[in-house]
Design a binder for this molecule. Structure first.
Ligand code: KIV
Length: 283
């Protein structure tokens, strides 16, 4: 069906929201033009996607952070195209109405255009509306090829976790003037290559603000300060589901870990007291 809308849609009725939600790539440009902040959060499974389906967030990111958050790895390098497609399919099942971006995993954009196309095809066929690719130098031609092939691409600069071994850890990037200059060049190259939005991760606030002002596409920050056009957080950090991980750039908008423990404790208590199951819960 032809879509003549501006790429944004009103949130479900009953929700007190100021801003309409982004629902396609044009919506990202419209959000930047109107000064409306883009809100993105990660999702990895049907259960959380279902809960987020009616939440006033614009966009779900099936991040390769799944490797750390869901699978318990120390970094994201273990993600494969097949695993990302499986998580993407699960998220699409839970939130079919949301704009869903899937991460191209480690090295997927570094083996040439054909390999990148195959990986992107897997993710798009799993239901993603766009893919996200980390970095720029050495593979902007691949990004351009995907865009020209009809695949919307989100860029990602700064602390790109797939480079963690090269960076020597998860550290703030582009503090030195020459690194900041390189990041600005990379951002401009990505815009030229056709990315529709750009994640800026863990870079100085002033740099993120400058990059944001210099681009016509929206920037979505994580640890990049309030000057970005939007913000993204890892769901489990945002909901306080990870008691041992409290990065400075994140904020716990709920105390999910306490809720989990409390629920499990109440269940255990009821079983031991013999109050669960009761007559109504039995056949
Ligand atoms: O994989 C991920 O979750 C990400 C976000 C942190 C931007 O890339």
């Amino acid at each position: 069906m032809e879509d003549c809308g501006g790429g944004v849609t009103q949130p479900p009725s009953g929700q007190a929201l100021a801003a309409p939600l982004v629902r396609n790539v044009d919506g990202f440009a419209a959000a930047k033009a109107s000064g409306t902040k883009v809100v993105m959060v990660t999702a990895y499974d049907t259960w959380s996607a279902r809960l987020l389906a009616d939440a006033p967030v614009d966009c779900l990111l099936v991040g390769d952070s799944a490797m750390m958050v869901v699978h318990g790895d120390k970094d994201t390098l273990g993600a494969t195209p097949e695993l990302m497609a499986m998580h993407t399919r699960a998220v699409v099942r839970g939130a079919p109405g949301k704009f869903i971006v899937a991460d191209m995993p480690f090295l997927a954009a570094r083996k040439g255009e054909a390999h990148a196309l195959d990986c992107a095809a897997l993710l798009m066929r799993a239901g993603a509306h766009a893919v996200k690719i980390e970095g720029a130098q050495g593979h902007t031609h691949v990004i351009r090829h995907l865009v020209e092939s009809g695949i919307p691409v989100m860029g990602h600069l700064g602390l790109t976790p797939q480079w963690v071994r090269r960076f020597g850890g998860f550290k703030v990037q582009a503090r030195a003037p020459e690194d900041a200059g390189q990041l600005k060049e990379d951002a401009s190259a990505l815009e030229q290559a056709g990315v529709f939005a750009l994640v800026l991760e863990c870079i100085p606030e002033a740099l993120a603000t400058q990059v944001t002002a210099s681009l016509s596409i929206p920037t979505i920050g994580i640890g990049a300060g309030p000057g970005c056009d939007g913000q993204v957080l890892v769901l489990h950090d945002m909901l306080g589901l990870n008691p041992d991980f409290r990065p400075r750039f994140s904020r716990r908008f709920a105390e999910g870990d306490a809720l989990f423990r409390e629920g499990a404790g109440r269940f255990a208590d009821a079983v031991r007291k013999g109050t669960f199951p009761d007559k109504g819960e039995s056949f």
